[in-house]
Design a protein around this ligand. Sequence first.
Ligand SMILES: Cc1cc2nc3c(=O)[nH]c(=O)nc-3n(C[C@H](O)[C@H](O)[C@H](O)COP(=O)(O)O)c2cc1C
Length: 312
Amino acid sequence: MDLSVALGSLTLPNPLIAASGCFGYGVEYGDVVDLSTLGGVAVKGLFLAAREGHPPQRIVETPAGMLNAIGLQGIGVHRFIRERLPELRDRRAIVFVNICGTTLDEYVELARILSDADGVAALELNISCPNIKEGGITFGCSLTGTYEVVSAVRKVTTLPVIPKLTPNVTDVASFARAAEEAGADAVSLVNTFLAMAIDVETRRPRLSNIVGGLSGPAIRPIAVRMVYECRQTVRIPIIGMGGISSAADALEFMIAGATAVQVGTANFVDPLIWTKLLGGIQSYMERHNLTTLSDLTGSLDISAREKEWISS
Ligand SMILES: Cc1cc2nc3c(=O)[nH]c(=O)nc-3n(C[C@H](O)[C@H](O)[C@H](O)COP(=O)(O)O)c2cc1C
């Protein structure tokens, strides 16, 4: 049974990647999860410099999901390379470094620095964080911004470039197309949905940042639809995510068009979820006589009439 999947030149042993911000820098889980058995580890978003993030309250539970406004707390790229990357390398993790900038130059500088570091498999460009005022989502919500940041990073690195798209736009597929035209090797989607929760007794926002990003099972059907739409529009591989907490959820994204998937919020519920997901995918392959998992990508069975109805 072949569970490997290809993201352009990068081959993963299986499609399950830990989502950025939900798995620390990977090393924190090294003693409980064999990082080499994962398809990859997308580390917490990194800026050039360290950041404190927002004050508490930064996380709120919501029906079938969670709302966060961490504010991209992080140790900065230089400490990451010195203090975390060597252990990730020793543990044979496939490392996706999630990078964030307030300016285009910052993304370019991060890409340059990480291209010289040993042990980075791919760059995931976070142009979609809804919780910070500056940078990031400003690029991700503009087609020209998306095109410019991807092409600028593309010019300075040979690493796979994977922009992470925001769902907080009307037509996500046009952003995937802009990314593809700018030279992206793949796209990942979705980041969290801009959302809000209020304590009615105090009439105060539940998050210190007032608004935050919604993740978890609540967003899954919307994320699946967005992956499906992108699959109709671009040829580059798609990494799908949003509320995956079972093998069936992961398979749903693949059938909609994802080559690989990321798992975020579910890891907070069960950090040992990976063996369950992988086992479930294997038994699905057995039941469906699949020898290669990649055959599943984009295999949604719909008639021409259904397709016409969807696009009209
Ligand atoms: C607490 C938290 C922190 C996150 N931090 C980042 C981040 O640093 N960079 C990023 O691109 N996405 C970040 N995300 C978004 C996730 O990687 C993922 O796109 C989103 O949560 C949807 O997947 P899920 O429903 O499986 O969690 C974060 C999500 C959560 C819940």
